[in-house]
Design a protein around this ligand. Sequence first.
Ligand code: PAF
Length: 283
Amino acid sequence: MQLIREIDALRDAVATLRQEGGGVALVPTMGALHAGHMALVAEAKRHAAHVVVSIFVNPTQFGPNEDLAAYPRREASDSRMLEEAGCELLWTPAVEVMYPEGYATTVSMAGVSEGLCGASRPGHFDGVATVVAKLFNQVRPDVALFGEKDYQQLAVIRRMTRDLDLPVEVIGVPTQRDADGLALSSRNIYLSDEERVAARALPRALGEAARAILEGVDIDEALATARGKLAAAGFDPIDYVQLCDAETLQPLSSLSRPSRLLAAARLGRTRLIDNLPVVPAHS
Ligand code: PAF
């Protein structure tokens, strides 16, 4: 596996892969890789002959009081995992390479980026859209893969890719979970042992709410019950528990089309997010 830190070297290496044929897949990450990322790499191999993974802890998507400095960085073990998984190229630029002196451009998104995490993390999705647009231009992949765990991020990237006519197919990959249901996340390492046990309440409350909604329970009532279960487990604050249109992420008060149940809440110093599909039988 080649480890590349400069844009010229990246372009040459990708051009060589492209000449070999079979297409190029990109898996953008911020490192601290876990089984969720490896599922993206495995899926990438089903879509293209060559897999490029990027690791870049993107400062522009972190708010001033968020965990940029503490975010886990584990290049050596990440590289080993990627090599074993058959990734051919690891693109891991320094901040000065991604945002050189004088850098002044932002991809600013409205609509799908505004509610949910966009409301509690102002500027976050502009940072994500900007770096992903840059990664797409740097690597020029045929396909790019993102986890459904960050469902709003996936919706933002799909919208941005369509809006900017970027010639990349965006593929969402289902969330990977621990045996007790907790969605895998690089941030789970922040949880204490006690919090890790309490965290199970998040997938459980979402699963119960999704089932209740499908059985016809009033949506506001199901969401309030889920919020109550999260509060009882120690989540505070609960940023949102919301049923939304699966594509636009507009909040829904009736289940008439494919929907997504999404939640974000803090357990101690760790902000956890999760989501589930809620698809009415007739859609
Ligand atoms: O999901 C992530 O790891 C990041 O938000 C991404 C898509 C790599 C952009 O920095």
